[in-house]
Design a protein around this ligand. Structure first.
Ligand code: ADP
Length: 305
């Protein structure tokens, strides 16, 4: 493969899911449903979403030398993701232990495992991969220092898309490299340090842009997204297609992957976002994360003007 449309740098987890009538209290044991194991992690999710749409996609990640790692590699390959950048070993594969109660509420314990061992040295060792990708997409389920090294390693022609999830304070150099910074409402409020009631997504975008990113995207669930470009000073709402939502797990990852891919193809931010909301909408119509991701042919039409 000569060159990638998209390089995702991020986490790969095994999601271990058990249905329970109710959660155990301290010292208590409850019986649950059969165990279900799903491939997950924001990095793996994004790379699978992009590859399924037809993007030439590679993933830089770390998994353990164990059955969960093999499961992840298998699902990535099956989706068409190039896994030459997936490092193996150093710690057990990252795991999310998830209990789901009858009301659908999740309780989750995450063991980052190998994700926490994806280091700045791994990024430097993958400099060729970074150079050969039109766009690099990262999230924060890997060390912040690793994300900072992406910024230092990217060639001048490179472009970084960052979804700061789970949210953390970002160094100025990382913020300045984001084009765009992609946040949901929760992440926007975290980065802005708590927001007064009545604030609008437009005001969040404006205040986030003032922190240094070249552009900002705020995802708004069923309402779609707001895209704001610091270069042109424009902010545009991009409505989502109306769909019957079944499970929103992983929708943000699908949205981000689609947006990053389309930006790499040279589309402007509103055009790329108009595509990404169709991908996000398709992802909420089916259950699970990776299992819900559409192919090009499965995308809903853009909403009527
Ligand atoms: P996150 O999943 O990270 O919290 P959002 O809830 O904003 O982020 O969803 C991300 C994207 O997924 C949205 O911008 C939208 O494109 C799509 N999406 C989410 N929920 C729905 C929905 N109910 N109907 C249509 N699209 C949706």
């Amino acid at each position: 493969m000569d060159g990638y449309d998209l390089l995702v740098v991020g986490s790969a987890n095994a999601d271990l899911v058990i249905g329970v009538e109710r959660r155990p209290g301290p010292g208590e044991t409850v019986l649950g449903s059969d165990l279900a194991i799903h491939p997950g992690g924001k990095g793996a999710n994004q790379s699978v979403a992009a590859a399924r749409l037809g993007a030439r996609t590679a993933l830089l990640a770390r998994v353990g030398e164990d059955a969960h790692g093999r499961l992840l590699l298998e699902s990535l390959r099956a989706a068409g993701v190039d896994v030459t950048g997936v490092r193996v070993g150093g710690a057990p594969t990252g795991v999310a232990l998830i209990t789901v109660d009858p009301s659908g509420d999740n309780s989750i314990v995450v063991s980052p495992g190998a994700n926490a061992r994806l280091t700045a040295a791994d990024v430097r060792g993958a400099a060729e991969l970074l150079r050969s990708a039109r766009v690099v997409s990262a999230q924060l389920e890997i060390p912040l220092e690793t994300v900072a090294e992406i910024v230092r390693t990217l060639p001048p022609t490179g472009r970084l898309v960052l979804n700061p999830s789970p949210p953390r304070e970002l160094p100025a150099a990382v913020l300045a490299a984001c084009d765009p910074l992609i946040v949901n409402e929760h992440e926007a409020r975290f980065l802005l340090g708590g927001t007064a009631a009545g604030d609008t997504p437009e005001s969040w975008a404006r205040r986030l842009l003032a922190r240094g990113p070249r552009s900002v995207v705020v995802t708004l669930g069923a309402a779609g997204a707001l895209v704001a470009d610091g270069r042109t000073g424009t902010a545009v709402r991009v409505p989502a297609p109306r769909v019957a939502a079944v499970d929103t797990t992983g929708a943000g990852d699908a949205f981000t992957a689609a947006l990053a891919w389309r930006l790499g193809r040279g589309e402007d931010l509103p055009t790329a976002a108009a595509y990404a909301v169709r991908v996000g909408a398709a992802a909420v119509t089916r259950s699970g994360a990776q299992s819900s991701y559409p192919t090009e042919r499965e995308l809903p039409a853009a909403p009527e003007e």
